[in-house]
Design a protein around this ligand. Structure first.
Ligand SMILES: C[S@@+](CC[C@H](N)C(=O)[O-])C[C@H]1O[C@@H](n2cnc3c(N)ncnc32)[C@H](O)[C@@H]1O
Length: 270
């Protein structure tokens, strides 16, 4: 993973939350929130919470006495998430690396993490850390994207932006968000971290945007793909977004667009 892949800062938090979240994250967050809330946990730790889409959907479903600790590596994402959340005395916001959690052993009933594990430099270390802070009988609930070919707009954008930088194509989307989709590897790494009871469900959904340009702008400007494009030539950010918009429109039409998205939802215990 490139260093810039994990940098969600500058203009990214707001664009991520306003463009990317409704496009691909919200539908999975609804499902993850239901999964977490279904066991009425007394304590929940969320890692890699980003701009807080899961937090916003999960908090109303939790008990009035549940402790809910919401963390992310990037303080700007957490700051943005906090501004979107109404006052809630159950929530504690704290910057934390999922690989080095500042919490006691066995302190949470559930650890949840939506689309964050792909960013962990060592998945086994991140999983072991989640397991360390779980109480006996606790569950680690998380999701990762499936391969990029199963995620239409991400694939279109990656191929289109590559034509702007043919010598050195930006591969952020393929390398990181869509770079960790092998179910047998996920199982193996969870086992290595000590989890024995693992359930993985592959979930297909539809991603919708008002236009091809809105989808292209979300990926090119509201994710660390932006960092990669700007590192090559900041003046070409607009050209790259334009190229991606044309590619999406050519495959999905002018006007509102819809494309397949697919992810793995994992529940690990034991
Ligand atoms: C694709 S976003 C997902 C955010 C949110 N869970 C969502 O569903 O919208 C990935 C998040 O992982 C965070 N992240 C990256 N590396 C991390 C780490 N080592 N520990 C905790 N968070 C990390 C980033 O700051 C970013 O907010």
């Amino acid at each position: 993973m490139a260093e810039s892949d994990k940098v969600f800062a500058g203009s990214i938090p707001k664009l991520y939350d306003t463009l990317m979240v409704p496009l691909i994250f919200e539908a999975y967050a609804t499902e993850l929130a239901e999964l977490v809330a279904s066991s009425s946990p007394g304590s929940v730790l969320e890692t890699a919470a980003g701009s807080g889409v899961v937090t916003r959907l999960l908090a109303p479903k939790l008990r009035s006495d549940t402790r809910y600790v919401v963390t992310d590596l990037n303080q700007p994402m957490l700051d943005y998430a906090a501004t979107r959340q109404g006052p809630d005395s159950r929530i504690e916001w704290q910057r934390a690396d999922a690989l080095d959690l500042p919490f006691e052993d066995a302190s949470f009933d559930i650890v949840c993490c939506q689309f964050g594990a792909m960013f962990f430099p060592s998945r086994v270390a991140g999983y072991a850390e989640a397991r360390r802070v779980l109480r006996p009988g606790g569950r680690f609930v998380f999701s990762v994207w499936d391969r990029i070919e199963e995620n239409a707009f991400a694939d279109d954008v990656t191929n289109a932006v590559a034509t702007v930088f043919p010598q050195d194509p930006p591969r952020f989307l393929a390398r990181t968000p869509h770079g960790y989709h092998d179910i047998s590897l996920i199982r193996e790494e969870l086992n290595s971290a000590g989890f024995a009871d693992i359930n993985i469900a592959t979930r297909e959904k539809v991603s919708r945007a008002a236009s091809a340009r809105a989808a292209a702008t979300a990926y090119c400007e509201g994710t660390p793909l932006r960092n990669e494009i700007e590192a090559r030539d900041a003046r070409l950010l607009q050209a790259a977004t334009d190229r991606a918009a044309v590619a999406i429109a050519s495959r999905h039409g002018e006007g509102p667009v819809a494309g397949k998205i697919q992810a793995h939802v994992v529940v690990a215990a034991g």
